[in-house]
Write a protein that binds this ligand. Structure first.
Ligand SMILES: Nc1ncnc2c1ncn2[C@@H]1O[C@H](COP(=O)(O)OP(=O)(O)O)[C@@H](O)[C@H]1O
Ligand SMILES: N[C@@H](CC(=O)OP(=O)(O)O)C(=O)O
Length: 466
């Protein structure tokens, strides 16, 4: 009997029929395995919750809040009525939904009157999606005859620092999770994405963070495997929404999967693999709508085939910031000052490049932080050493990822040769010394074409050349 963590993303639990399908899938697998389920919010709910919070804070009307909450209530009640048959369970679940949504409505009204939305409130509001989904999914499992109870991430033991929106789990999380969940009784259902800080406030692990929750639980309770159930047949050679011929990658290393998610592959949360690596637990990505397909297995280095290039990724929500000026040449400490200023402003740097003339330094950062980054740099460099600070939001990062490029000459030549032939202008280049990826910046308008050309260049659609 294997111990498995099964994480279901929003697309897998988007409505009543899908919730029932997940219930049946879990029931079938629970005959031979011990299972912990981690669920995300019903697809699109987190986005809707956040949108309503922003409008409420921005002069929204109380009547609109009532309309929004009513819509959310109808969606969840309809889903549970489709997914659950037992009248007792139905009654209980309806009460949970009504009670949670009445709390949510009060929170929105508070935001509306105050006209303020703090990071802490954003986390509290965005937690409702998972806090509605977990009781429903647990109810579906009970309806199918399994024993189940539901937990919030905090109740299960995921305790983070108070970095709202991007909580970092504290070390004690591992012990707490294992003491609260083990021995497993039936099939526990834990909310993904949300946790608690030490003061008991709700925190979140960053968008898409349910993968991370599942991996933390897996590492804490000694799972044999962690399975992420998605709407694709595993990790693909690129985003299927950009290249419809994208192919499944049967086996990939932890490192490659991390690089892919870091450089924008939305299939995994960038930190999802860390806890699994810590305990060497294999991770599988499988398709909820085609459970027989083996999907992708993510394992330690060496166990995966080392293709030169395994995947091409695209990261859209970024900005390119460049500081330049002839006075920078030969002036020591400019880079240190720039990076310290950005760090103090809490800016996350994705890529760095310094021109060999030393007359400019470029960084790629998350787009929502671009304004704060520019303000921090202008405050740090009021003098003539840095003549110009420019910000370009109309850019994207394209990356090719693959462990086999280590020591393989000519990969960069092929990447940039393909860009040259396609007349795609490259604005900045970076290659980590680990040689697991080559990443570069292009204008947004050319980004998808760049992905398509590279996918073709490395024969990823046929699985042939690489
Ligand atoms: N390399 C990739 N492989 C698979 N999916 C990818 C990749 N890059 C981007 N994606 C996108 O990521 C989505 C992830 O699946 P989804 O089911 O939405 O995740 P979740 O269940 O965690 O919400 C896919 O629908 C796909 O469009
Ligand atoms: N519901 C959260 C967490 C999450 O992981 O969702 P999903 O598994 O659907 O990507 C979000 O939308 O960010």
């Amino acid at each position: 009997m294997a111990r498995l963590i099964m994480k279901f993303g929003g697309s897998s639990v988007a409505d009543g029929a899908k919730l029932r399908n997940v219930g049946e899938l879990v029931k079938g697998l629970s005959e031979d395995n011990e299972i912990v389920v981690v669920t995300s919010a019903l697809g699109g709910v987190t986005d809707d919750l956040l949108q309503c919070a922003r409008t409420s804070a921005d002069g929204g009307k109380v009547e609109d809040i009532a309309t929004f909450v009513d819509r959310l209530s109808k969606r969840h009640i309809q889903a549970l009525m489709e997914a659950v048959k037992d009248p007792e369970i139905l009654k209980e679940l309806k009460e949970v939904v009504i009670q949670r949504l009445s709390e949510l409505e009060k929170a929105y009204i508070g935001i509306c009157y105050l006209g303020e939305l703090s990071p802490r409130s954003i986390d509290r509001i965005s937690s409702y999606g998972e806090r509605l989904a977990a009781p429903i999914l647990s109810g579906v499992l009970r309806d199918l005859g399994l024993k189940s109870r539901h937990y919030t991430g905090g109740e299960a033991g995921i305790i983070t620092n108070s970095d709202y929106g991007n909580g970092k789990p504290l070390e004690k999380t591992y012990d707490l999770l294992s003491s609260r969940l083990v021995p497993l009784e039936g099939v526990p259902v834990v909310t993904g994405f949300i946790a608690e800080d030490e003061r008991g406030n709700i925190t979140t692990l960053g968008r898409g963070g349910s993968d991370f929750s599942a991996s933390l639980i897996g590492a804490a309770i000694g799972a044999d495997e962690i399975w992420f159930w998605k709407d694709t047949t595993g990790v693909l050679t690129t985003d299927p929404r950009i290249v419809s011929e994208a192919k499944n990658i049967p086996v990939i290393s932890y490192r490659e999967a991390m690089e892919m998610s870091y450089f924008g592959a939305k299939v995994l949360h960038p930190r999802a693999i860390e806890p699994a690596i810590r305990k060497g637990i294999p991770v599988r990505v499988k398709c909820t709508f085609d459970p027989q397909d083996p999907g992708t297995l993510i394992v330690k280095e060496g166990a995966a085939k080392e293709d030169v290039i395994k995947a091409v990724t695209l990261s859209r929500n970024v900005a390119l910031l460049t500081i330049s000026g002839a006075g920078m040449i030969g002036t020591p400490g400019i880079a240190a000052r720039a990076f310290a200023a950005l760090a103090n402003a809490g800016v996350n740097i994705i890529m760095i490049s310094q021109g060999s003339s030393e007359a400019n330094i470029s960084v790629v950062i998350d787009e929502p932080q671009a304004e704060a980054a520019e303000i921090a740099l202008r405050a740090e460099f009021p003098t003539t050493i840095v003549r110009e600070i420019s910000r370009n939001k109309d850019v994207a990062v394209v990356a090719v990822v693959g462990a086999g490029m280590v020591g393989t000459p000519g990969v960069a030549g092929r990447v940039f040769g393909a860009m040259g032939r396609s007349k795609i202008n490259v604005l900045m280049i970076s290659q980590g010394s680990s040689e697991h990826n080559i990443s570069f910046v292009v204008s947004m308008g050319e980004a998808e074409r760049a992905v398509l050309e590279l996918h073709r260049e490395f024969g990823l659609e046929s699985g042939a050349k690489r």
